[in-house]
Design a protein around this ligand. Structure first.
Ligand SMILES: Nc1ncnc2c1ncn2[C@@H]1O[C@H](COP(=O)(O)OP(=O)(O)OP(=O)(O)O)[C@@H](O)[C@H]1O
Ligand SMILES: [Mg+2]
Length: 240
């Protein structure tokens, strides 16, 4: 569904990603793990068009999206829930969610049933249901994080990019977010997940890539990566 080939990208003259290739097959959950500064966020930004690739090729559902503007990539069905919550603070929760379906309403994405999907989001994220009329800017950090994820899902995306959905959350909320990701996976939502909790990410994912200094250092079925001694030592810590 999503294919990244030999991606080189960075900021200005600074090259962060050297030669990143990865694949997210339809209906699968792929995770990208690695140390702070390895280039995980940069990879998602380049894939969604938030930054431009310097070279390489990105295809979504068989179509070349390399070099396309972010809003055009959105229209092709890519949703990006970025690092750090990005919600519209002065709008209520419900309006934030509806804005996630904007391209469906304007006809650049298949319309489907927006009202039913809104209900689906409220079922998936009960906290948002209770707060649907509340201004997004007054939600707690964890609630805003969930809103950003739910808004991305309102696109009914072909691929959902999730950048650290558990960041800054209390342990109970982290569990809740992972349970939601597992449920989305059961519903065959195609996802590329970046997570600080590498062990938990590998537990829920089908396949994983380890990014080190802007390069893919290891990849494989998630279970195999989780048992790889080098990966365990470097990224999973002794506790896992
Ligand atoms: N907007 C930016 N301008 C310049 N350099 C940046 C920018 N954003 C990130 N970088 C640099 O790019 C490198 C990779 O950063 P990136 O955010 O992709 O890492 P990451 O793997 O997501 O790390 P983390 O786990 O801390 O989120 C870092 O060295 C970072 O300082
Ligand atoms: Mg990051």
């Amino acid at each position: 569904m999503l294919k990244v080939e030999n991606l080189v990208a960075g900021y200005g003259k600074v090259q962060v990603l050297q030669d990143v290739s990865l694949e997210v097959p339809q209906g699968s959950l792929v995770t990208l793990i690695g140390s702070n500064g390895a280039g995980k966020t940069t990879t998602l930004r380049a894939v969604s068009g938030m930054i431009q690739a310097q070279s390489g090729r990105i295809t979504l559902n068989g179509g070349d999206i390399t070099g396309m503007a972010m809003h055009d990539i959105t229209k092709r069905g890519m949703a990006h829930s970025p690092e750090g919550r990005r919600v519209f603070p002065t709008l209520p929760v419900a309006d934030n969610l509806l804005l996630g379906a904007f391209t469906r309403v304007t006809g650049s994405r298949p319309k489907g049933n927006v009202a039913a999907d809104l209900d689906r989001m409220y079922a998936l994220f009960p906290r948002l249901a209770e707060r649907r009329a509340q201004l997004a800017g007054t939600l707690s950090g964890g609630e805003q994080q969930m809103l950003a994820m739910a808004r991305a899902l309102m696109l009914n995306p072909l691929v959902l990019l999730l950048d650290e959905p558990s960041m800054g959350l209390a342990p109970r909320l982290v569990e809740e977010v992972f349970a939601i990701i597992a449920r989305l996976k059961a519903e065959r939502v195609t996802m590329l997940l970046v997570e600080q909790f590498a062990a938990a990410a590998l537990d829920v994912a089908d396949f994983g890539y380890v990014l080190e200094n802007g390069r893919v250092a290891a990849s494989g079925p998630a279970a195999a990566l989780k048992n790889d001694p080098a990966v365990r030592a470097a990224y999973l810590g002794a506790a896992h």
